[in-house]
Design a protein around this ligand. Sequence first.
Ligand SMILES: Nc1ncnc2c1ncn2[C@@H]1O[C@H](COP(=O)(O)OP(=O)(O)OP(=O)(O)O)[C@@H](O)[C@H]1O
Ligand SMILES: [Mg+2]
Length: 278
Amino acid sequence: MEEAGIVSDAAGAPVAGHRPSVAGSSHARGSAEPVRYQGGSLEVRDLNMAYGALKVLHGINLTIRPGTVTCIIGPSGSGKSTLLRCLNRLVEPSGGDILLDGDSIFRFKPEHLRRRVGMVFQQFNLFPDHTALGNVALALRKVKRMPKDKAHDIAAARLAEVGLAERMHHRPSHLSGGQQQRVAIARALAMNPEVMLFDEVTSALDPELVKGVLQLMARLGESGMTMVVVTHEMNFARRVADQVVFMDEGRVVEAGHPDEVFDNPQSSRLKRFLSQVL
Ligand SMILES: Nc1ncnc2c1ncn2[C@@H]1O[C@H](COP(=O)(O)OP(=O)(O)OP(=O)(O)O)[C@@H](O)[C@H]1O
Ligand SMILES: [Mg+2]
């Protein structure tokens, strides 16, 4: 079952106290204390990736500073998801390197890497027969082999942090799409990552539910989490990003501060793209 596969990916990504990314909130059952994260850095060097004969990424270079938000924009098929998936080794590149806090990610076992680099997808991939609390706690128990009480305490704190203290005992079918996506974000946060990857996480949501999830992501960014966000939400990118990266045909065409990218695009490809989406 697909869901089981994806949850075990998340569940393959424990924390094990690797580094103290979250300051002082994990026992706050049911209360949304302010949380500070200690985001990590990423450095992408001359990254190439091919699906068989199809070359998808061509010499990508990218610097992502700790605690910053990078938004990746670009047309369909330009390689945005593929780049994101390389960052936590859901796919393996054909060349180049990626450094997490200065260390090549190819020296880690993928499941260890995914403890440090969490990912949230467009589909929520929650277990329908578990409550929100159960979904988050299950990942902690499987991955970190945490005792039930402790897993529930941390799950409750993470759910409170994403604004779901009141809804944590409900199953996914009794939650809105936006709430389900926030459970998926809480599940990833429970693993205590230092980088969070988001791949079009609001694209499947009804328009009125998009705002709440974007607000949550903006808050996470302000809290020090390092985030790489593939998005079609240009207003979000303009407002929240420290860096916007425009990709086309597997290349980074332009990257810079949102003001530069949106207000002063240099390439005809970015100008054309912006004229279509703004
Ligand atoms: N599993 C796969 N096997 C073969 N080709 C793939 C696979 N996944 C993606 N591709 C191809 O790789 C290229 C880049 O795809 P990718 O999903 O990274 O683009 P994207 O920028 O995320 O697009 P979108 O905005 O539509 O999500 C496309 O040509 C796509 O068809
Ligand atoms: Mg994509």
